[in-house]
Design a protein around this ligand. Structure first.
Ligand SMILES: *Cc1c(COP(=O)(O)O)cnc(C)c1O
Length: 496
């Protein structure tokens, strides 16, 4: 085992990548990071002729040195061979000059499948079987993570999963996707509160020593499937390289040219994977961070102050309705020169005051690599309509947010830019139908059907089948009862 991962908050908390994947979050509340990222180098030239799966094997073996070649090969195969609708996993479409990387061809029609089909595979190979270890996955979701995690983990031996979502913070389709999931090891529970409440309480459960010790006696460990788990982050590095290869092959750029990526952002996981790719040698000039009206990252990137003390908006891009972008901590770690004491101070400020301000030189350094913009719901709808009318391509509201910010940014930088498309428009059909055709539907299935007829496009199979499936998860609890719920479900599933 190689000790490559450390906590962003304490250099003395070190571990192997298998341990980091099993635990999700470090004991001190910090996030695990690959410490010597700058020493890794992608064999880019060779990678330009590889399939997606081959690229994934390279990236995983560089960042996860504990896994042997066979293990990595099996993980990649299990995660991607049959589960995605496109054999290229994340196809790049040039839509009238605009390169769009479609990340939504997995089982739940959103980009999180790319990471969450892989994480359970990595985790199952990290479990110590000789010791009969068991893992309970805890996840807070703003909609898409939940179903993607459930799909990845259901029926995986020795692992169970509990998903918490904000009762009024997800779409009807998202709720159905989650509450209809079968599998002997799945639990789904709504809470009265918003996504940040769910996420904050999940973090607290991880830090609860008493519960941890109690479970330890039964050989159960708690772990996370949120984008703070490096086992989710690392597979996402792959599609940045894949996009680059496609840009070369589709004659948009010449090998070696710099490109930009525009990323619809919430928890900062997706865009951080792009930063990993950049650190490992992919010629990325800038990463464009697109937010909705919850524009805490836009403000941060502009003036260096992260301030979550603000109104929380429910927008038409709900998977980006986030006020604490957890993965930003990892960026701050690298950019601050790995100053764990400084990260501790910032994160402490965030917890106690709800805000922190970074030093100017750190801000300038981050601004070199990142640009932040945001898009209102009104603009988002206009973009969905315009892009459909002008280019015949349907954007989901998250991707439309990115489109708007990208368009704005390109006024000052003409570097070729790839837009990451994070969800199928069918997942948010009512918003899309209203934006393009000004038609409102109360039933989302009728709405999907109309969208399909009017635009002559196909509804993804997994969404068509949804309203025929039985709802098996009906729990709704107060946000303060989450810990009790976890205790109970762990007993129930593992018969402990
Ligand atoms: C989760 C999600 C995002 C935000 O991604 P982060 O990694 O949290 O920044 C954007 N779009 C969709 C559709 C999502 O599900």
């Amino acid at each position: 085992m190689e000790v490559k991962y450390i906590s962003t908050r304490n250099k003395n908390i070190k571990c192997s990548c298998k341990e980091a994947i099993l635990k999700g979050i470090a004991d001190d509340g910090g996030l695990y990071v690959y410490d010597h990222l700058d020493e890794l180098e992608l064999p880019l030239n060779d990678m330009m002729n590889m399939t997606y799966e081959q690229m994934a094997e390279i990236v995983l073996s560089l960042l996860l040195p504990d896994y042997c070649e066979d293990e990595i090969e099996q993980c990649v195969k299990n995660a991607y061979e049959t589960k995605f609708e496109s054999k290229n996993i994340t196809p790049l479409h040039i839509v009238k000059d605009i390169p769009i990387l479609e990340l939504f061809h997995g089982p739940t029609c959103a980009f999180k499948d790319v990471g969450l089909q892989m994480l359970p595979q990595l985790m199952s190979k990290a479990i110590d079987n000789s010791y009969q270890q068991k893992v309970m996955i805890l996840t807070a979701t703003s909609g898409d993570t939940g179903k993607a995690a459930l799909e990845g983990f259901k029926n995986v031996e020795n692992i169970a999963i509990t998903v918490f979502y904000p009762n009024n913070g997800v779409s009807n389709i998202q709720r159905l996707q989650m509450t209809t999931t079968d599998g002997f090891n799945t639990k789904v529970c709504a809470i009265h509160g918003n996504f940040d409440d769910a996420q904050t309480n999940v973090k607290k459960i991880f830090q609860n020593k008493k519960l941890k010790e109690q479970l330890m006696k039964k050989k159960i460990i708690l772990s996370s499937a949120n984008s703070i788990n490096i086992g989710r982050l690392i597979p996402q590095v792959v599609y940045y390289i894949y996009a680059y290869k496609e840009m070369v092959q589709q004659h948009q750029i010449t090998f070696g040219d710099e490109i930009n990526f525009c990323v619809p952002t919430g928890n900062f996981g997706n865009v951080l994977a792009g930063y990993y790719a950049k650190c490992m040698g992919l010629p990325i000039k800038r990463l464009i961070v697109a937010s909705n009206e919850n524009n805490v990252l836009y403000d941060f990137l502009k003036n260096g102050e992260y301030n979550r003390n603000r109104i929380f908006y429910k927008t038409i891009s709900p998977s980006m309705d986030i006020l604490i972008s957890s993965n930003l901590e990892r960026l701050l770690y690298y950019k601050s020169g790995k100053d764990t004491d400084y990260i501790c101070k910032l994160m402490n400020d965030l917890e106690t005051k709800g805000s922190y301000k970074i030093k100017d030189e750190l801000k300038y350094d981050i601004q070199k690599d990142f640009y932040g913009g945001y898009c209102t719901d009104k603009d988002c709808k206009a973009i969905i309509r315009n892009v459909y009318e002008e280019k015949g391509y349907i954007l989901d509201p998250h991707t439309a947010t990115g489109y708007k910010v990208m368009e704005e940014y390109q006024k000052e930088d003409s570097t070729p830019c790839v837009l990451l498309s994070t969800a199928s428009p069918y997942k948010f059909a009512s918003t899309v139908m209203e934006a393009i055709f000004n038609e409102k539907y109360t039933d989302e299935f009728t709405c999907m059907k109309q969208l399909s007829i009017k635009t002559n496009t196909v509804i993804p199979q997994s969404l068509v089948l949804l309203n025929k499936e039985k709802i098996v998860h009906k729990d709704v609890i107060d946000k303060n009862n989450m810990i009790k719920y976890v205790e109970n479900t762990t007993k129930e599933i593992f018969h402990g």
